[in-house]
Design a protein around this ligand. Structure first.
Ligand code: SF4
Length: 218
């Protein structure tokens, strides 16, 4: 167990990852937050309910930039970033309007999401992301609604309509955002051909993600 202070931003490969919240409307079977006890490669992502403000996030990002520039700014922690839609968009807006300099306005801003934002907020939130989110990676995982339920384990309010709402989110994102991926975790017994076909129908690129559970957290 990592007992250090909560980590709000952390580095991985060429990106700066932002841990905005621990709240999530799903409990995916492949989520590593429990197996890794809220640790991600040495960073304690347990916010303990103290969610950071956009100003906190940008201040920390500037510190990281000063230490060493990064290429992507990615909303992705142990929680669903769109649970904090306004805070997420505020961070992105600060970057895109130059109010987060020296972070460049051209910085690629990416959202990793389970795609349930429209279901959770009860409206189409994708237009609010236009011009702020450059890339969205949606963890769709399967073309089979029953398997989606088994893999994603959504909370009750989003169980019945969730799969269709995620597909709708992807369709909307494809129309308005520059880059949209439908992602799947490898080794989940999915019908890859059907998944590829569904991603194609939705207009999204496809990305397979490695299953992290097999790795040690560090
Ligand atoms: S959406 Fe992400 S944080 Fe939420 S349960 Fe799934 S893997 Fe974990």
């Amino acid at each position: 167990m990592n007992a250090s202070n909560p980590t709000i931003v952390y580095r991985f490969k060429n990106g700066l990852y932002v841990n905005l919240t621990n709240r999530c409307p799903t409990a995916c079977v492949f989520c590593i937050k429990n197996a890794w006890k809220m640790d991600f490669r040495g960073s304690n992502l347990n916010l303990g309910g103290a969610e950071p403000s956009p100003a906190d996030v940008i201040a920390l990002a500037k510190e990281q930039w000063a230490a060493a520039p990064f290429q992507e700014f990615i909303f992705c922690g142990y929680g669903e970033p769109t649970m904090r839609l306004e805070a997420m968009l505020a961070c992105a807006r600060m970057i895109k309007t130059g109010r987060a300099e020296p972070l460049p306005r051209t910085m690629k801003v990416r959202l990793n999401t389970n795609g349930l934002a429209n279901a959770v907020w009860g409206r189409n939130v994708v237009p609010e992301m236009k011009g702020l989110i450059d890339s969205v990676h949606v963890s769709l995982n399967t073309a089979d609604p029953a398997q989606w339920l088994a893999l994603m384990r959504p909370m009750e309010p989003w169980a019945a309509t969730g799969f269709e709402k995620v597909k709708e989110f992807i369709r909307e994102a494809v129309m308005l955002l520059p880059e949209v991926y439908a992602t799947a975790v490898e080794n989940q017994d999915i019908d890859l051909e059907k998944f590829k076909a569904l991603a194609g129908q939705l207009g999204a690129e496809l990305r397979l993600r490695p299953k992290l559970e097999a790795e040690a957290p560090q």
